[in-house]
Design a protein around this ligand. Structure first.
Ligand code: 4AD
Ligand code: MG
Length: 438
């Protein structure tokens, strides 16, 4: 430590309450300053909390008082002083300053100012925008949800399996990012880990994957990213009904966990938590045909056979205060691997889970086709390259098994729980059709 650095203990702002009455040093960034000539205040942020620091001119060395004048928004500092409870201060604690060191100055042109900025400007400055209180609240809730996901599956005896990002087999119909792969032709960035998850389920029983997935979708909607994170459980011997029970238990666990532990962050986002409190099992279950009838009655032009669009989904959930499962879509609207519905072979045993308040599809799930010949026929029908799926077909050749799983889109789930209309804010550095920087 350099001689001029204070020798007191460094603490994080969140730890101040454990140091009441002691002299401590906080290293942080300045969010704002104000001064009345004899007394001055700097509010600090260090990611764990915010803290007001109080400078009293006649109690400070003159050079420390003068240094206060150099503080600008986002100057990084080490502030030493006595920690004390102060109910009126943001965070409930403040520091009576005895010393101030400037670590990094911050010129007056700091791009993000306390005024309305356009979304493109904010996204261009995403590396700095992350420092704002709202963005911190979102990041904290996302991290809580990620931890809760791991805890849920761990407690339920699932194995986490990491599946490849560079793949040869195509999982979904949406666009692919291709890259040259040595002498082996094209590799594709994984759209899903599911096919590998199915192999792992036959080996390990109950598994889940948690990884980044990629879709070269030219959709500029509020719920599409080109890179997003997906959680995909796959369970040997689960049928479609058991698959939905797992989904509702899982989602209610995630919502409860955020309500229990992240109330302050939900409040920062002004989230109406009564909407989250009504997320309880059982969720609503609608057959696809019923769903089409509902949206048609409300004026939609969607016909039986078509996938449901975002507007249809909003019409469906409008009648309910909890998530809705829409079950058993027509074969033509869904992916090749879904199991034919024995009660209506025009349809497959699948479900989407639609979040309430108009947030739409957050989960896609299905029972998988376990009949070798039917699966092979579907691969042909879809025009997929059969040789890329030889290993996947092996799962039906050697001890085929009833199994089901689903994919939860992390960003859509976080956006819903946070009550945010656009998913671009719930990932630190969003990747979208027109955005690769920062
Ligand atoms: O419905 P999808 O395409 O299903 C699958 O990928 C299956 N292989 C999952 C499985 O059964 N294992 O995607 C699942 C979820 C969607 O419900 C949505 O939440 C999210 O992934 N998702 C996206 N999120 C952000 N941006 C995109 N472009 C997304 N595409 C899908
Ligand atoms: Mg889907």
């Amino acid at each position: 430590m350099s001689p001029e650095m204070p020798s007191d203990r460094f603490v994080r702002i969140a730890e101040l309450s454990a140091h009441a009455g002691q002299s401590v040093t906080v290293r942080a960034w300045v969010t704002h300053v104000r001064s009345s000539g004899k007394i001055a205040f700097a509010v600090l942020r260090d990611g764990t909390g915010v803290c007001q620091t109080v400078f009293v001119k006649n109690q400070l060395a003159p050079e420390v008082w003068e240094r206060f004048a150099e503080l600008t928004t986002e100057t990084s500092v080490a502030v030493t002083g006595g920690a004390r409870a102060e109910q009126r201060a943001p965070g409930g604690f403040e520091m009576g300053v005895t010393d101030l060191q400037i670590i990094g100055t911050s010129p007056a042109d700091y791009p993000i100012q306390p005024k309305e900025h356009g979304i493109d400007f904010l996204l261009d400055n995403r590396h700095l925008w992350l420092r704002s209180p709202k963005q911190r609240a979102i990041a904290v809730i996302r991290s809580e949800i990620e931890q809760a996901i791991h805890d849920f599956f761990y407690e339920h005896g699932f194995l986490r399996v990491d599946t490849p990002i560079l793949t040869a087999a195509i999982g979904e119909r949406s666009g692919l990012f291709a890259t040259e792969y040595f002498d082996l032709g094209n590799a594709y960035l994984a759209q899903t880990g599911q096919l590998y998850g199915e192999a792992a389920a036959a080996a390990f029983g109950k598994i889940y994957t948690f990884g980044p997935t990629f879709r070269a979708e030219k959709s500029k909607t509020r719920r599409h990213l080109t890179e997003f994170w997906m959680i995909e459980p796959e369970v040997a011997w689960n049928d479609s009904a058991a698959n939905m029970r797992l989904q509702e238990d899982f989602l209610t666990y995630l919502v409860q966990r955020v309500l229990e532990r992240r109330g302050a962050e939900l409040a920062e986002l002004e989230r109406d938590i009564t909407k989250l409190e009504s997320v309880t099992v059982p969720f609503v279950r609608l057959d696809y045909g019923e769903a089409v009838a509902i949206v048609q009655k409300k004026g939609s032009v969607t016909q039986w056979g078509e996938d449901l669009g975002a507007e249809d989904e909003a019409l469906i959930v409008a009648d309910y205060d909890r998530p809705v499962f829409v079950m058993n879509y027509p074969k033509g609207a869904k992916a090749f691997y879904m199991k034919e519905n024995p009660d209506d072979p025009r349809t497959v045993l699948c479900n989407d889970c639609l979040a309430p308040e108009g947030f739409g599809e957050i989960i896609g799930g299905s029972q998988r086709e376990d009949d070798y010949d039917k699966l092979l026929a579907r691969i042909h029908e879809e025009g997929l390259p059969v040789d890329a799926y030889d290993w996947y077909l092996d799962l039906r050749r050697y001890g085929t098994f009833t199994h089901a799983g689903f994919g939860l889109g992390l960003e859509r789930t976080v956006a819903w729980i946070c009550g945010l209309q656009h998913i671009r804010e719930v990932i630190a550095f969003p990747r979208m059709m027109h955005r690769l920087r920062p």
